[in-house]
Design a protein around this ligand. Sequence first.
Ligand code: NAP
Ligand code: F7E
Length: 317
Amino acid sequence: MTKSALITGITGQDGSYLTEVLLEKGYTVHGLVQRSANYQYENIEHLLPDIHVITGDLADFSSLVRAVKQSAPDEIYNLAAQSFVKASWDIPELTGDITGVGVCRMLEAMHLEAPEARFYQASSSEMFGKVLETPQNENTPFYPRSPYGVSKAYGHYATVNYRESFNLYACSGILFNHESPRRGREFVTRKIAIGVSRIKKGLDTQLKMGNIDAKRDWGFAGDYVVAMWKMLQQETPEDFVVGTGETHSVKEFLELAFGHVGLNWQDYVVEDSEFMRPTEVDLLLSDPSKAKEKLDWTPKVSFPDLVAMMVDSEMKA
Ligand code: NAP
Ligand code: F7E
């Protein structure tokens, strides 16, 4: 029988790649989209004929109940969030409401309307924040450093708690940074890829950056959505860390991205305090061995290939 999936955050980077994976597997895909004055469907334009769009919002419990009723899901992927860390200091309350409490609303809607469904929560390495051990695994304690990280920790524990309280099939995927040509423009990798292509084409002369010594464990989003699906195919629900097990600095990303089009990053990059954060997460590095062992999951795209893919995509755009 055809399986039904409900994806919140379907218009985002991960939502679009996950939709492609699920359609390929024969799922009926329902996507929750928030109301907007000018709906931006850039990432899912090509998928619209094949999916069912449901208007709803993580801030509105009644809309989530309706979405679950309407989609009768076998699997729910809760990807919606205010996901930009830097903005979470500007809109901390909204971030808490959507990225944190929104998870509870979604879990409760499933508990009421589809308790047999399987639930995926998009948790984040930002929960590790000021890391207490390196590399970070499923048992590493959290020390979030932003309103976003704090909200994700709430969502993570809500997921664990609903699993333990009501015996729901609910998993928290603790994903490290994953990028692609569909990444939001304000995130550092896409910002650099766009900046490089504009400089190469003579449209800009410099690129303003924040803390370029920060290090991240960066993978390709298309690989990571496969891990989400695999988590929901296990016999018992568990939490998994998903990452590459490699860490690179923003500086290294700059070097490769500018180098890819024959430029030297030092000639163009300038520091700008506007892009600095009140607190920083300095060294994120995953230990994805549980995902490898139990999900048979490994990332396919290397760091240099990811940089090249993103710069090439902007050069073509
Ligand atoms: P993204 O591109 O920013 O997408 C976020 C999605 O959430 C968008 O579809 C957005 O809709 C939707 N959304 C925002 N507020 C909403 C609301 N109130 N009600 C309903 N939908 C709402 O994020 P992503 O990179 O795909 O990440 C997916 C999820 O994984 C997020 O929860 C993120 O926090 C988490 N995560 C991401 C990473 C990463 O490196 N990408 C790592 C760990 C965890 P609009 O298009 O209308 O704005
Ligand atoms: O920053 C530094 C910045 O905004 C990465 C989200 O998907 O991953 C993402 O959060 C690093 C930080 O992503 C600029 O200070 C330097 O150290 O691309 P980012 P993020 O904050 O790591 C996690 C796992 C999530 O869960 C989030 O949803 O890059 N950096 N200069 C800069 N960052 C930005 N954005 N812009 C700069 O100019």
